[in-house]
Design a protein around this ligand. Structure first.
Ligand SMILES: [Zn+2]
Length: 395
């Protein structure tokens, strides 16, 4: 099939939603760096297929493109130490509780207040950092890629965003091992990959979780601890022990701070439910990218937990996931992208961003036999209930 065009670029914009919704789980810090790695095969002037980089959007581009199709609020999930700091910096540029809410209802201009002074000296953080691209971009003050955005732009971006922070289960294993693990300490997971420590893993696991706690305590736009949980796809039995204890520490933290919790559960349904049964779940608990069956969905719903559905609910093979969706009351359903991963059908394999959540919302409406308006209203209201309001956002 040499020479055949296979599109890898950004999917087309969906039709706008009739009522604005929330992307329950996205990684804004990762979208730019992810796109920077992607090339598309496109015809050149002579009709010859050539590899070309795809556009790398700024965080402002990502947020504006989403707002234009009715995704005007989102939860940014910072789940490694670098991303926790990045998220903290982004949210610190946002409006505080009690700031005037824009009343014009225009999703494209959430904040017209140009007179409000910048908080601190972090006026440049709304551009995507080159996190992952260069060591100098790491740390509390992410460096800007491209032009420095305007002050209005920063607050518009930050007004659309609330945050969740945690040390991801697969990250906790690496923090526990440290930068120079003894030979044989790095377990090859069922996925066949050997984990590779990065500079941030020099910080011990307890210290890493303590930093998450400090950010969550100090930043009022951090409304959830997550994603935390267990991932038995990526780790062996020794790593699983570490993940379990890290998960328990995150559960305790969410409860102590009265925050919601977003759970990552990959091939670990029984283990995750066991921890929640023993320790008790936080009052507002969300299974991000829900992947269990209908029976587990009924159990979760009975506990009052929320299930968040991502792109896979629309994948052809996933009848079981659609059965799970039907087993949950609509007032416990959320939708998400998990961008830049898990791009919805029919764009699987291409990069993902919050502007693509309408594809999943439409799938949910179709599966439940509900009107699109009903589903939009429900997922928006559910998110507001779980995370509290988005101060400064237009809704
Ligand atoms: Zn995620």
């Amino acid at each position: 099939m040499a020479g055949r065009r296979r599109e890898r670029g950004w999917p087309a914009d969906p039709d706008p939603l009739p009522v604005p919704v929330v992307d329950n789980h996205t990684h804004l810090d990762a979208i730019g760096p992810f796109a920077a790695q992607v090339t598309d095969r496109v015809p050149d002037d002579a009709g010859e297929l050539v590899e070309r980089p795809i556009p790398v959007p700024s965080v402002e581009d990502v947020v504006a493109r989403a707002a234009a199709v009715g995704v005007d609020r989102m939860v940014q999930v910072g789940c490694d130490l670098d991303a926790v700091r990045w998220t903290d910096a982004l949210l610190s540029a946002g409006p505080a509780d009690g700031d005037a809410t824009s009343a014009d209802g225009d999703v494209g201009s959430a904040d017209g207040d140009v007179s409000r002074p910048e908080r601190g000296s972090e006026g440049r953080i709304s551009s995507p950092s080159a996190r992952g691209a260069s060591p100098s971009a790491r740390g509390a003050s992410p460096s800007a890629r491209g032009a420095s955005p305007s002050a209005v732009g920063i607050r518009t971006v930050a007004a659309a965003v609330l945050g969740a922070v945690a040390i991801h289960p697969n990250e906790s294993v690496l923090h526990a091992l440290g930068l120079r693990p003894a030979p044989g300490d790095l377990e090859v997971g069922p996925d066949g990959l050997t984990p590779e420590p990065e500079a941030r893993h020099a910080v011990g696991l307890d210290d890493a979780i303590a930093e998450v706690a400090a950010v969550a305590r100090a930043n009022e736009r951090v409304r959830a601890i997550g994603e935390t949980g267990m991932d038995l796809f990526r780790t062996g039995p020794r790593g699983a022990k570490v993940q379990r204890e890290a998960f328990r520490a995150h559960v305790a933290l969410a409860k102590e701070l009265g925050l919601a919790m977003q759970i990552h559960d990959r091939d670990a349904h029984a283990q995750v439910l066991d921890v929640l049964a023993r320790d008790g779940a936080p009052e507002r608990t969300v299974f991000h990218c829900y992947s269990g069956d209908a029976e587990m969905a009924r159990f979760c719903a009975a506990q009052g937990w929320y299930l968040s559905f991502a792109g896979p609910v629309g994948f052809r093979a996933n009848d079981e996931l659609r059965a799970a969706l039907r087993a949950v009351p609509l007032d416990q359903v959320l939708v998400e992208t998990d961008a830049p991963y898990l791009t919805p059908h029919p764009y699987r394999g291409r990069p993902n961003a919050p502007y693509l959540v309408p594809y999943t919302v439409r799938t949910v409406a179709e599966v439940l036999g509900r009107s699109l308006e009903d589903v939009c209203r429900a997922v928006s209201r559910n998110a507001e209930q779980v995370y509290g309001g988005w101060p400064g956002a237009p809704a």
